[in-house]
Design a protein around this ligand. Structure first.
Ligand code: NAP
Length: 227
């Protein structure tokens, strides 16, 4: 069985991935809250990535780092601490995780890492300065570490558009807002966490053994098409 560390498997995309992986893999979840699911293949560690030491582990084949932020404000209202906080949770937390488990990951079976970016790194959108800056750094990390850790460890990112999770709940407050999201996307939909989790599962797996250093947009057409 592959051993997969999920940082942030209690909710959202990470939870959808955890639910899918746990039947056939050993899953180690790290988050502040324990996932509601319990399973013999699942081990949970309560940990705030911004504060606590990560748990010592003996083995891992793959890591996915899910914590992130959607902190949308005009630049006149964004404090320097907003930029620092977004950088901490999106970038420093991912670096902390990779550094902590690098030695065991190198000994893993077809080892891989998946991080999260956003469509806002490529599509300029008002009020996204802080999160776009932090996620652009995540993309830089993917490129740089992809080269540095080749051929042993693969590292990729997924850059989703709006996904129906707690993090994006402010976009789903009422029918009118939901209709607007659907209307803005050329494929006339938004993302379900399961479809993002499926992409992550593929990238983490040996099926993606030729893919590293890539950022995969799951954009429902919003970046790719003008129609
Ligand atoms: N949802 C979207 O529309 C969207 C769009 C573009 C990009 N993304 C990116 O996709 C990724 C996943 O998003 P999501 O919507 O699934 O997020 P989510 O619903 O907020 O879930 C985040 C997960 O990370 C954990 N987490 C958060 N802060 C943590 C901390 N300080 N220490 C440990 N664990 C922490 C949470 O668990 P606990 O609360 O239990 O700690 C939770 O399990 C993020 O990087 C996000 O930026 C999402």
């Amino acid at each position: 069985m592959r051993k997969i560390i999920i940082v942030g498997g209690s909710r959202g995309i990470g939870n959808s991935l955890l639910t899918s992986l746990v039947e056939n893999n050993k899953v180690i979840n790290i988050s502040r809250v324990q996932p509601t699911l319990s399973h013999t293949n699942l081990t949970h560690y309560t940990c705030d990535i911004l504060i606590d030491e990560l748990p010592d582990l003996m083995e891992a084949d793959s890591i996915i780092y899910c914590p992130g932020s959607i902190n949308l404000k005009p630049i006149s209202r964004l404090k320097l601490d907003d930029f620092r906080n977004d950088f901490e949770i999106n970038v420093v937390g991912a670096v902390k995780t990779i550094q902590k488990y690098l030695t065991i990951l190198k000994k893993g079976n077809c080892p891989s890492v998946v991080l999260f970016s956003t469509v806002a790194t490529e599509l300029g959108m008002p009020y996204h300065a802080s999160v776009a800056a932090a996620k652009s750094a995540v993309e830089g990390l993917v490129k740089s570490l992809g080269a540095e850790l080749a051929p042993t460890i693969r590292i990729n990112a997924i850059a989703p558009t709006v996904t129906d999770t707690d993090l994006a709940s402010k976009f789903f407050r009422n029918e009118k807002m939901i209709d607007m999201i659907i209307e803005r996307h050329p494929l006339k939909k938004f993302l379900d966490p399961k479809e993002v989790a499926d992409m992550a599962e593929f990238l983490l797996s040996p099926k993606a053994s030729s893919i590293s250093g890539q950022v995969f947009k799951m954009d429902c057409g919003i970046v790719s098409f003008k129609i």
